[in-house]
Write a protein that binds this ligand. Sequence first.
Ligand code: ADP
Length: 402
Amino acid sequence: MLSKIITKLLIVDDIPENLLALDALIRGEGRQIFHASSGEQALGLLLQHEFALAIIDVQMPDMNGFELAELMRGTEKTKNIPIFFVSAAGRELNYAFKGYETGAVDFLQKPLDVQAVTSKVAVFADLDRQRQAINIQVKALEQSRREQETLLSELRSTQEELKLAVRMRDDFMSIVSHELRTPLNGLILDNQLRKMHLENGNMQAFSADRLQLMNARDERQITSLIRLIEDILDVSRIRTGKLSIRRAEVDLSDLVEQVLDRYSAQLSESGCTLSSDIARGVVGTWDAFRIEQVIINLLTNAMRYGAKKPIAVRVFADDQFAYLQVQDHGIGISEQDQQRIFEQFERVNANKSAQGLGLGLFITEQIVTAHQGQISVASSQGEGATFAVTLPLQASTSPSDS
Ligand code: ADP
């Protein structure tokens, strides 16, 4: 980089032969010499370039060397350029140029002393090289300081992201353990109760209808445990891009009917009534298992957050799309929260006693988009929510298909 440094020298003389002679004297590697045959031309060049030195003939028509030097001194860009005056006259000229004491000024007499000229020029050329080298280093330092700053701010934001990730993981772990404990506690309690009945020989506690009830309760707890575990697994599948979609012909109308049927006990437990409007024969190529997950997620949310008010489920289609809508009249979701409920681990009231993992809608949206469909929510707080899923009946193959 330093080898690219060019030192620029300006020589000013109205006699072309003098310019050529001086040029021959001072030229050298890493030097660029500019010729000016008048003060005016010199000023033009001085404004365009950064010169290490100006060698100016004193006797010139129009503007003499001292006048040119005065003008240079009055201009910020040129006032510090060292000047060598060249003159044929005697030493008294040393005093002809007043007020330039501060600048680097020297006087060369004609005929020029070759040795003196070359060594004096070399001093200023070297100074200029060093100044340029320092400038380059300062710029490089400045550049690396800026790069360091950028790196540092990237590091800071990564650190913030990491902290957030760790906090989310911790929150998630505590929610998971809480959520797993709820059905587990139910199972443990029932189990202890049965043990107690057995120990006390209380066999009427195991009559056929009581056993049936126990079984149903166990099944519900186990199902919810399995669902929790499946949700957690799904999230990691989504993260690693391994959520597979196995398409086959699916009758959405039948699928929804079956889910509603299966969840009728839970529905009546939730206190919500259900109305359904399901068009027959809405058939498309989807992954039945995944679409069932979507239906279940939306339905269980409607029951959870439905405030014992009516729930409506609709299925219909046009020539291109199937539509599934689940509407409740419960607590609703503010516009602000509507943005984030589809994110993983997002629950509107995270500090309330935990209701779920905040994964359902995240997984639901991932499944829907893997089917090239869309999901949206329309809601206002206190007035319930309508979740609407649109699925293309026939999808072009997507990378997540298997
Ligand atoms: P969760 O397991 O917590 O229900 P979801 O991802 O299914 O997780 O939902 C995220 C959050 O969105 C819920 O915690 C809840 O606050 C809100 N939400 C989802 N569905 C409804 C709904 N039908 N009515 C009101 N709020 C809802």
